[in-house]
Design a protein. Structure first.
Length: 144
């Protein structure tokens, strides 16, 4: 087991890792190495898992197995929300000038959300602050 830990440690690189050989917390079905991942700001492990080779006997035969669980509440508590990037609302269209205008905006790094016909009045879940509209024979972006 120590050789396995040395091999694992050599492959991790510069990431800070601690191996706790006294870690026994977990469920009785674990049959080999167990792990827990802690991150700054979390009050408990974010991820727990390990080997549980013998659990397959319940289904007819033992087989190699490993798994983990992720604590979503812990994850949410430590993740810094990213500011929402405003998007451009555009009519659905895959041809012609509107498609060219959408492609050009996306090429410039803009997020363009194409609204399906019949869904124009739905709640703006994409946080669009501008819209692509046709003025005469040109497609232009204007503030909403």
């Amino acid at each position: 087991m120590l050789d396995d830990l040395r091999t694992t440690a050599s492959r991790i690189g510069s990431t800070r890792v601690t191996f706790d050989l006294a870690h026994v917390r977990g469920y009785a079905y674990y049959s080999g190495a167990r792990f827990a991942i802690y991150v700054p700001g979390a009050s408990d492990a974010l991820v727990r898992g390990g080997r549980y080779d013998e659990v397959g006997a319940v289904f007819g035969r033992n087989r190699p197995a490993a798994g983990f669980s992720l604590d979503i509440k812990q994850l949410v508590s430590v993740v810094t929300p990213q500011p929402l990037k405003a998007a451009i609302r555009a009519p659905w269209g895959s041809e012609g000038a509107v498609a060219d205008a959408i492609a050009a905006l996306r090429q410039q790094g803009e997020t363009v959300v194409c609204i399906l016909p019949g869904h124009e009045s739905e709640v703006d879940e994409f946080h669009c602050d501008r819209e692509l509209v046709q003025v005469a024979d040109r497609w232009v972006v204007r503030a909403i």
